[in-house]
Design a protein around this ligand. Structure first.
Ligand SMILES: [Zn+2]
Length: 687
């Protein structure tokens, strides 16, 4: 609102000259008057859409943003807004022009040079009739404009990716102030995987189906080197421990190339040129390396990589990989200027090469960083230095981040987002891609803030979040704010060091980030929020967050209680651990796995079972320690407790031998373990 008023005063100041012409004077008056969408529950304006918004128009309005506009105004005021395509419209009253209608094009209302996602919102007039114009250079930009209007002027909040959290204010008359605003994102693109596309579009996150400059990436390099074509050329593939590592099948994304082999470079250039010739409208191609840390150690690759310092315990191969990227980019630049290739600065190639001071401008580097770890200032400074170094080497740098990594325990880093987003905007990146797959109950505030700051990086994060709490939880907002702030404090203040991919497949690292005091305090605030709810909608929303959070609460208690068991513990105390663990599994299956809003990649199927393997083995170990002299009790538990018997089966499975060895090694190397349990570090038994 403040912004709209400001724009008006700017317009008035510059409108002195324009007012000398009668037509512009009339337009100025209309702009000052604003625009009426509905009065006393009846529609005043009609929606007129550009042809490309819904093509064909046989089935009427299908565009999600236009449908949302109609739906929101109907829920808000009761007024059903008519909508028609431009070619069928008559100039018969107030109209909302969505997209580049004939009127918008004729009057040149869309500024030139708008980015793909940009738009203009304008109240104006056409032959004395009021017009509200929402139009971008692309359909995607126009849709962003509609959602800006719905959330900014009409006050709608889509705060969590679930229909339960759609917040639409009610008013019988829907009137807009005069508006003339151009929307441009703070980051060229901001993509988050995981939440539904509908929710992403409503929050103006970038549609992954739209091609933005420099947005292409993915472990795609091997598409040019299918094993079915190059079976006679093992030298194209990496030399690992003295042997060539050969792809198991054509789509193997776990095998690298020999990046210094001249034929590998030549074939890449030939295929890349052919690809761009065959696809004249595609701007970029991903030569991001495979998702594997076994790089080639042949003589020529080693000559480049030898002596590279380790980075975060990883062997670095940036020199050989970026030698390949550099050679291909130089050749591509000769024949296909204007096209680009993308490369990951990830894992073994995260730091910039030492031997290439500057890559050609047709390379975009996707730098992967786990910015959730920035509670550790030393870790953060290291990340900042890497980004600064990459900015010197590459003309285009995008960030690739990891908000969730499948955490079941809370990982609320909203306060870090508030610092990170303005920092990225200041640094000047070409886009942000987040492998989101969020846990909505824990990540909703961080995700919402990310979407808001992607457009306005310098906006006040506290005030955005204050509005979010009030809109989402109304009378329970203070308690819910305390709940999330407690989770945020647990994440940012727990005494542990930052670690790339911490917690990924290592549940003990999740427990390290959630000490009992935070756990009980958070649960207390959540229960208080439920008690404070005196409307059905608030009660349901708090209950939804509680259902997503409860498995974390239960499993963290089971873990703590299991470690408190001794040979003196009673059978009831042991049963309490097992019951709590069973509550964890039950609440997980109902509150998380049963909810489609939890991404299928991390919170479903085998990954959950892989993730919980360790906690089963660990609790079993604690119980066995307590039952060391009570074999009959143990036998009875096996017969009566399905939970205990399943833990026991997991441990007896021969396939867990390798897993236990890996776990013990990882615990020793990484040293991220809960400091609130007494036995440190509790290696899994190997027998
Ligand atoms: Zn090699």
């Amino acid at each position: 609102m403040v912004r709209a008023v400001l724009m008006l005063s700017v317009f008035l100041a510059s409108g002195v000259h324009a007012a000398s012409q009668p037509r512009e004077l009339a337009q100025l008056r209309d702009r000052m008057d604003g625009f009426l969408i509905a009065r006393e529950g009846r529609p005043v304006a009609k929606i007129v859409t550009a042809p490309d918004i819904d093509r064909p128009f046989d089935q009427g309005v299908r565009n999600q943003a236009v449908r949302d506009l109609i739906r929101v105004v109907a829920i808000m005021s009761g007024a059903p807004l008519p909508a028609v395509q431009d070619t069928l419209a008559f100039n018969d009253g107030p109209q909302i022009h969505i997209g580049q209608t004939e009127f918008v094009k004729r009057e040149r209302l869309v500024p030139t040079g708008l980015p793909i996602s940009g738009y203009r919102i304008l109240t104006t007039s056409e032959r004395g009739q009021p017009r509200l114009v929402i139009a971008g250079a692309t359909v995607s930009g126009t849709m962003n404009g509609v959602y800006d209007l719905l959330t900014t002027e009409l006050g709608v909040v889509w705060g969590v990716d679930s229909p339960l959290f759609e917040e639409i204010p009610r008013r019988s008359t829907v009137a807009l102030p005069a508006i003339d605003r151009v929307g441009r994102p703070g980051l060229p693109f901001c993509m988050v995987t995981g939440p539904s596309l509908a929710w992403q579009l409503r929050n103006r996150l970038s549609d992954r189906g739209v091609e933005y400059p420099y947005s292409r990436h993915g472990h795609n390099m091997m598409a040019f080197f299918r094993i079915s074509q190059y079976r006679d050329h093992p030298e194209y593939y990496p030399l690992v421990n003295g042997q060539r590592k050969i792809p198991r099948q054509d789509e193997d994304t776990r095998v690298q190339l020999c990046f210094t082999n001249p034929d590998v470079i030549r074939i890449t250039i030939e295929k890349l040129r052919a690809y761009f010739d065959a696809n004249p409208n595609v701007l970029g191609y991903s030569l991001c390396a495979a998702d594997d840390d076994e790089f080639c150690t042949c003589e020529t690759c080693s000559r480049l990589d030898d002596g590279a310092p380790e980075f975060r315990n990883r062997q670095i191969h940036s020199d050989s990989y970026f030698h390949y990227i550099n050679e291909v980019a130089k050749a591509l630049r000769e024949t296909h200027p204007g096209r680009y290739i993308s490369a990951y600065a990830y894992d073994a190639t995260e730091p910039p090469p030492r031997r290439i001071p500057r890559l050609p401008d047709n390379v975009v580097v996707f730098l992967t960083q786990d910015a959730t770890q920035h509670f550790d200032s030393a870790y953060r400074q290291e990340d900042d230095a890497i980004l600064a170094a990459w900015k010197r080497v590459a003309a285009h740098v995008c960030l690739y981040e990891y908000p969730s990594l499948g955490w079941i325990l809370p990982r609320n880093f909203t306060s870090l987002v508030a610092e990170r987003m303005p920092y990225l905007a200041r640094t000047g990146i070409d886009g942000l891609y987040a492998e989101g797959h969020p846990h909505p109950a824990h990540l909703a505030p961080a995700l919402y803030l990310t979407a808001k700051l992607a457009w306005e990086p310098t906006a006040n994060a506290d005030s955005i979040m204050g509005d979010w709490y009030r809109a989402m939880f109304r009378e329970s907002a203070p308690q819910m704010q305390r709940f999330y702030v407690t989770l945020d404090s647990a994440w940012t203040h727990a005494d542990r060091r930052g670690f790339w991919f911490a917690g990924s497949n290592r549940m003990w690292e999740e427990f390290a980030a959630y000490p009992p005091l935070y756990r009980e305090t958070a649960w207390h605030h959540l229960s208080a929020a439920l008690r404070a709810a005196n409307t059905e909608v608030t009660r349901q929303r708090v209950a939804y967050i509680r259902a997503g959070h409860e498995p974390a609460y239960r499993v963290a208690r089971a873990f703590e209680w299991a470690h408190a068991l001794t040979p003196e513990s009673s059978e009831e105390e042991i049963m309490r651990v097992l019951d709590e663990f069973e509550m964890f599994m039950t609440t997980y299956f109902t509150g998380v796995e049963g909810d489609p809003a939890y991404s299928d990649t991390y919170y479903r199927g085998y990954r959950f079972h892989e993730r919980t393997k360790w906690i089963k083995l660990d609790i079993l170990r604690c119980i066995d320690r307590a039952l060391v002299n009570r074999t009959q009790v143990r036998q009875r538990l096996l017969e009566t407790s399905p939970t205990f018997s399943e833990m026991n089966d997991t441990a007896r499975n021969r396939r867990t031998v390798g897993y236990r060895r890996w776990t013990n090694k990882s615990m020793g190397e990484r040293r991220i373990y809960p400091d609130y349990v007494s036995d440190q570090p509790p290696y899994l038994p190997m027998e």
